[in-house]
Write a protein of this length. Sequence first.
Length: 243
Amino acid sequence: MTYYFSVFSIFLALSWTHFAQPFVLPKLPYAYADYAPYIDAQTMEIHLTKHHQAYVNNLNKSIEGTAHESRGIEEILLSVTSSQNDFLRNNAGGHYNHSLFWEILAPKTRQGVICDELLKEINTAFGNMDSLKKELNKAAMSRFGSGWAWLMVTPKMNLAVVSTANQDNPIMPVVENPGIPILGIDVWEHAYYLNYQNRRADYLKAVWDLIDWKVVGEKYQLARANRALLDRLVSRQKRKKKS
Ligand code: MN
């Protein structure tokens, strides 16, 4: 009996430790230099180990000792409701957004093929792949200052292109058009300045050579299957319309 009890306590302790573990910097699936010439190795390294690391550190700092410690990143993003918690908003967004960005980037020779479902949906929603890219580039170019351009799955399961400021993203209730992002393009200057300086358009042209559409397709299927999250984005829309 005592034996089972201690085993159970150890199990509880371990699972709690795991649950309450702070957020960690993800590892890049490829070497920094593998993303060149589209994004140079130094930019990749500084972007991950300095910028993203700072978001992770500050996110962990801002949730320490709060109920957020036991929550996943999406749950934290859903709690971002006002400018009162800008520190949490910026750093939770920073961690989520960059984690997605690293996942969808791959050197040309390592990229996979887009799934039929997403390709079909892109053709339905935008006409073709080129029109989607144009639309995303437009959103990215017209974002004044720092921010992101997104391709997302809306609560009604449609595809949409939006842009957000700073480290916001469409899961946050502070963002007008809700959705689950499946592709994000970082248009902060830190994402391109070393190689492209102020030439955001050149960076945007080059970044398409790094998008792994196989991964974006997987993100699309995961987003569509995430009914629980989509439903919470729906109810947010309804609430907004009422007020
Ligand atoms: Mn960035």
